[in-house]
Design a protein around this ligand. Structure first.
Ligand SMILES: Nc1nc2c(ncn2[C@@H]2O[C@H](COP(=O)(O)OP(=O)(O)OP(=O)(O)O)[C@@H](O)[C@H]2O)c(=O)[nH]1
Ligand SMILES: [Zn+2]
Length: 206
């Protein structure tokens, strides 16, 4: 076994998070496995850069969506109708290939007892997108986070995304989009509410 793998598996066996040095060594191993020279000038700093990039791309793990949604505002003039934030852009990585999938999330809810700051809905998307994911899991997690934190009269979440593991490699179908959606409460029970959501998300001619 090569020394990097030994380091990594000893960390895994000990049940501890591998160190930054171990993560960088793993990237070095991958570069060598590709057949390139990890010591050439252009690649010397690459393991450090990759690990730093991963820290950003996978920054969702320590984030708690419940905390993000904890603050609500009740002074909204009695507003009781649908709140919809459309076209929240996201980048995530599929847990099967660790390749990007990206697109937009649309989130709507019917307030029950107060509304949540609009940016927090986008922050919840970030918290879940910046992890290893499937689109279905992410859709369900965003819905559940809103449902649990706000106990709203209904939540609707729709995700549209392109998966690079389907376009860059494998079946190589560029431009296909995957749509997932989850509806609770009013959106689940009443077709007219779902239709209203869908019409707002995709107005005619868009
Ligand atoms: N349901 C779902 N599948 C996903 C997602 N992201 C990637 N996949 C799929 O995960 C599957 C993994 O299938 P496998 O047969 O184990 O892997 P593979 O041999 O690399 O498959 P191909 O991509 O068909 O070459 C593929 O069909 C991917 O398209 C996702 O978010 N949701
Ligand atoms: Zn994939």
């Amino acid at each position: 076994m090569d020394s990097t793998l030994k380091l990594f598996s000893s960390a895994a066996v000990a049940g501890r998070k591998p160190s930054r040095e171990e993560a960088e060594a793993a990237v070095r191993t991958l570069i060598a496995w590709l057949g390139d020279d990890p010591d050439r000038e252009g690649l010397r700093d690459t393991p450090r850069r990759v690990v730093s990039a991963y820290e950003e791309l996978y920054a969702g793990y320590p984030q708690d969506p419940g905390t993000l949604l904890a603050r609500t505002f009740k002074d909204v003039g009695g507003y009781h109708d649908m709140v919809l934030v459309r076209d929240i852009a996201f980048y995530s990585h599929c847990e099967h290939h660790m390749l990007p999938f990206f697109g937009h999330v649309h989130i709507a809810y019917y307030p029950n007892d107060g509304v949540v700051g609009l940016s927090k809905m986008a922050r919840v998307v970030e918290a879940y997108a910046r992890r290893l994911q499937t689109q279905e899991t992410m859709t369900a997690q965003i819905t559940d986070a809103l449902e649990n934190a706000l106990s709203p009269r209904g939540v609707a979440v729709m995700v549209e995304a392109e998966h690079m593991c389907m376009s860059m490699r494998g079946v190589q179908k560029q431009g296909s989009s995957t749509m997932t959606s989850r509806f609770t409460g009013l959106f689940h029970d009443e077709a007219a509410e779902r239709e209203k959501f869908l019409n707002l998300v995709r107005p005619t001619g868009r």
